[in-house]
Write a protein that binds this ligand. Structure first.
Ligand SMILES: NC(=O)c1ccc[n+]([C@@H]2O[C@H](COP(=O)([O-])OP(=O)(O)OC[C@H]3O[C@@H](n4cnc5c(N)ncnc54)[C@H](OP(=O)(O)O)[C@@H]3O)[C@@H](O)[C@H]2O)c1
Length: 278
């Protein structure tokens, strides 16, 4: 059987980690990319245990897991990661079947109160890294007969703006627009590469802690989010909205004028900054 690779950025935790579990259980070999080597190794150990349990029931199955620990907000980290990805697929053989661009982070607060460097770093990761890997992987996939790319955006990317999380919302609006644009280009050229944007609302992952959220909004589990994402990819949906409430919020964002949406969004974001205990 031909090996199929799923390459996942941000695979050390949250949505990326859960995508690794689901795709591994579906038989994909994995290239897991993240910041921290320790987190990636923990994910690999957990997957190896799942494989051992599975093999006890159904016999041996040839699946590989490769780890790449790099800072993807850094141009040299991205370039090194790409060389590693190509090297792994060349050496082990198989097809670059799936790319999930999940690495990303946010920061809550007033734009002028959040350190500039942090927000610049966010653009480097949430925007540049998505462009970088999509550009290269689409080519590699096309040469190998096709593949699927999932760019993890956010429902934030469907709103006219995100006061008190302005840069984060803007990065995710980029991801949505970029994905829609290249999707059309790929379709018009008859490419076998398919691309989708995942736009979840709140998901229960370490994201909020890192973003400085004191009172998180009620979220769905990463498993539910990833299962919806995989279903959406199979159906070749352009924008994948996991859960009814986020479908309704997205419809509202389309219908309501920015003058109404922006203060509503500001109100929601400010809630995240309040200390729930007070
Ligand atoms: N959770 C939500 O509510 C939510 C909602 C909508 C969209 N999203 C999007 O979903 C994606 C995944 O987030 P998540 O919820 O799964 O949060 P998460 O658990 O914090 O995952 C983010 C991952 O990105 C990695 N990462 C961060 N900076 C990196 C860098 N410079 N280089 C390489 N990897 C880096 C992190 O690795 P380290 O931990 O090692 O730094 C982490 O594994 C993000 O793009 C986020 O914007 C999340």
């Amino acid at each position: 059987m031909i090996r199929k690779w799923a390459t996942i950025t941000g695979a050390g935790s949250g949505i990326g980690e859960e995508a690794a579990v689901e795709l591994f259980d579906m038989g994909y070999s994995l290239i897991l990319i993240g910041h921290g080597a320790d987190k990636l190794m923990a994910v690999r150990d957990c997957l190896a245990k799942r494989k051992a349990r599975r093999e006890k029931k159904s016999g041996p199955f040839d699946q590989k897991i490769a780890l790449i620990a790099k800072d993807l907000s850094d141009p040299s980290g991205r370039a090194e990661a790409w060389e590693d990805i190509k090297g792994i697929i060349d050496k082990e053989g198989g097809l670059p079947a799936i790319l999930i661009n999940s690495a990303g982070f946010g920061a809550v607060g007033n734009f002028r109160a959040i350190p500039y460097d942090l927000q610049e770093n966010m653009v480097d990761l949430n925007v540049e890294a998505v462009m970088f890997f999509t550009y290269r992987m689409a080519d590699l996939m096309e040469k190998n007969g096709g593949g699927r790319i999932l760019n993890v955006a956010s429902s934030a990317g469907l709103f006219p703006g995100g006061p008190y999380m302005s840069v984060y919302y803007a990065t995710k609006a980029f991801v949505v627009s970029f994905t829609n644009g290249i999707r059309e280009e790929l379709e018009e050229s008859g490419s076998p590469v398919k691309v989708s944007a995942l736009c979840p609302g709140p998901v229960n992952t370490p994201f909020n802690k890192r973003a400085g959220v004191r009172t998180p909004l009620h979220g769905i589990s990463a498993k539910r989010c990833v299962r919806a994402a995989i279903r959406g990819m199979k159906r070749q949906q352009a924008i994948i909205l996991p859960g009814l409430s986020i479908k309704l919020a997205a419809a509202g964002a389309k219908l309501l004028p920015a003058g109404i949406m922006l203060p509503l969004t500001a109100h929601q974001q400010k809630k995240k900054l309040r200390n729930g205990k007070q």
